[in-house]
Design a protein around this ligand. Structure first.
Ligand SMILES: C[S@@+](CC[C@H](N)C(=O)[O-])C[C@H]1O[C@@H](n2cnc3c(N)ncnc32)[C@H](O)[C@@H]1O
Length: 389
């Protein structure tokens, strides 16, 4: 069983301390396009406007991924950043000894897999040592046949057609698939639902979640990543409650046993820039999204938490997840933060002179976990990409 710690993964997935999308993936995307670059640009703008419209709506985003042009636009603009999601998951877990020892063969379920951003990211991560010594079996579940066909194309263009990826063209809210097609690879060690729940009604999500514990291995992990939308703010609290009632534990970001006093969590947990080449379509270059902004919650079947690793650094400190009001990349002198600690939320100011950081070249990123004393003269900060600072 290979032992894979955070330093090992950081070397594979970061360049100049930033996550990056390899050119092999963006080249394959360019090759798979059906529409012209001009038409794709128009469709990217339409999709972006639709997503934007639902940022402030407390209801699922209604999107149809059935047309080639929509698949082209999603694949060019959004797929590259989705490939980072599994990498960030393994990086987030690798700080904890309970997840450093990876089995020789692992089963992974990707729910709402679309054109395969998560699948491609996984295959890219597992192609290099020490991951390459592990056999991965992936079940990709997606209701759009058009999206799945494009995923198959992309796997082929990336040279992954001989890898163990199964495709189930099914609706994730159809309860029979969990005892049927998806049980083929169960129990799963990792289940990923990326950018899916924001498009589903809450009742359907609860039904789906109730099916997961029975297909999860004893040390299995569930990642739920969704874009920043008002509806997701409410989902975050409901989903945490549902999963706790189903016997799962939250690994990140909330402190263990934390019961959120709010009905909505308006914090976006991760927000960072990454590097990605533009995509060439018949000689024209199209830009991809270059910022990953995501609500990021990891749950596990066994009782593990990232705080198990961080708290022993200094048990006298208060530990909690920090979120700035506003944009942490702005050069404001003072930045207000809210920090959710085991004792509830509290506010803190972050100035150049003292308090949370003395040096603005060192940004406390959204979603960092902080350990601090009462006058903030002592502060430790951990972020999955940045590590411990
Ligand atoms: C925003 S895309 C995300 C694709 C991929 N997971 C990613 O992060 O790039 C959402 C995907 O979920 C799929 N989807 C939505 N509702 C679904 C359902 N009920 N069953 C299966 N797939 C669904 C859509 O067809 C679409 O491909």
């Amino acid at each position: 069983m290979p032992i894979i710690d955070a330093d090992t993964i950081r070397k594979l997935v970061l360049t100049n301390n930033e996550l990056f999308v390899p050119e092999m993936i963006t080249k394959a995307i360019g090759q798979s396009m059906i529409s012209s670059a001009g038409d794709i640009s128009v469709e990217i703008r339409r999709l972006a406007a639709l997503y934007r419209k639902f940022v402030k709506r407390d209801e699922p985003t209604p999107v149809s991924y059935l047309g080639d042009i929509t698949i082209d636009a999603y694949t060019v603009h959004y797929l590259p950043r989705s490939t980072l999601i599994p990498k960030l998951l393994f990086l987030s877990l690798a700080y904890h000894p309970a997840f450093q020892c990876i089995k020789d063969e692992v089963n992974i379920l990707d729910l709402g897999s679309g054109t395969g951003g998560v699948v491609l990211g996984l295959l890219d991560l597992f192609k290099d040592k020490p991951f390459s010594g592990i056999k991965i079996n992936i079940m990709s579940c997606e209701k759009s046949r058009v999206a799945l066909d494009r995923q198959l194309e992309l796997l082929k263009y990336n040279g992954y057609n001989n890898f163990s990826v199964w495709h189930s063209c099914s609706d994730v809210v159809n309860t029979t698939i969990y005892d049927g097609g998806l049980s083929k690879l169960a129990p799963y060690d990792y289940i990923i639902a990326a950018n899916l729940f924001t498009e589903l009604p809450l009742d359907d999500i609860n039904m789906l979640l109730s099916k997961l514990p029975s297909i999860m291995a004893p040390n299995a992990v569930l990642l739920i990543a969704d874009p920043p939308r008002m509806y997701v703010d409410r989902l975050k609290i409901c989903i945490s409650e549902t999963l706790r009632s189903l016997g799962l534990f939250q690994y990140y970001p909330c402190p263990p046993g934390y019961r959120c006093p709010k009905t909505k969590c308006k914090w976006v947990w991760l927000n960072f820039l990454f590097t990605c080449p533009d995509i060439e379509i018949n000689g024209e270059l199209l830009e991809t999204a270059k910022i990953l902004t995501t609500t990021w919650s990891i749950f596990c079947r066994s009782e593990h938490s990232i705080y198990d690793v961080l708290r022993p650094i200094d048990t006298e400190l208060t530990w909690g997840v920090a979120v700035p009001y506003g944009n942490e990349y702005s050069l404001k002198e003072i930045m207000d933060y809210s920090i959710c600690t085991a004792d509830g939320p509290r506010g803190a100011k972050h100035t150049r002179e003292n308090i949370l950081s003395r040096d603005r070249s060192y940004i406390i990123l959204r979603g960092s976990i902080l350990g601090f004393n009462n006058d903030y003269s002592k502060v430790h900060s951990w972020h999955p990409v940045k590590g411990l600072e």
